[in-house]
Design a binder for this molecule. Sequence first.
Ligand SMILES: [Mn+2]
Length: 228
Amino acid sequence: MTTLLVHHELNRHGRDFAVGDIHGHFTRLRTALDHAGFDPAIDRLFSVGDLVDRGPESEQALDWLALPWFHAIRGNHEDIAIRYARGNPVDQTNYIANGGAWFVTLPLARRRIYAEAFARLPLAREIETPAGLVGILHADSPVRDWSRLCWSLRLWRAARDRAMWSRARLQDEDAGGVAGLRALVVGHTPVEDPVVLGNVHHIDTGGWMQDGRFTLLDLATLRAPAMR
Ligand SMILES: [Mn+2]
């Protein structure tokens, strides 16, 4: 069974960044990393998932997933791709409308290779920083206490769905936060500027959108260099 939560030790030599949904815009991401002075020899980049669909470079996802400094989790778009490749029911019209045409038209064997890579992605990561533990999920935390996350994800489909699909915390402006973490970082719902509710940082500033930008959140400072 796939590991649902991966732990990362403190980065003693470089910086750690988190980035929101990428959606097939790896060239733009590369530009943002260059602007931030990202050093692949010592720095690490944590992706909240949704590497694919919508943008023109979804097929590069496999190359990025192979990079030793790039650590992604599974977003709802990877979740759909896995389901589709396994022959589970997916509303194909809706999938294409949400940017999945590249995947639907891939040869079957290629589709399986992508789905296998996506299925190996954990649903959550946690990273040690000098100021405490930072968690990463795609959409939202299904638990109020991080120590319960693993069990919850393992036992409940609803918890996995909430982790990958929910917009409830932002919609409800729920500032309750998640105990057991210094900060939780999520993407999934586009925001004009990063939104912090309690200790939950919403960082999908639409780097994949026409008027958006990639936010690279420094996990040690919980700040992002301004890049407009
Ligand atoms: Mn998403």
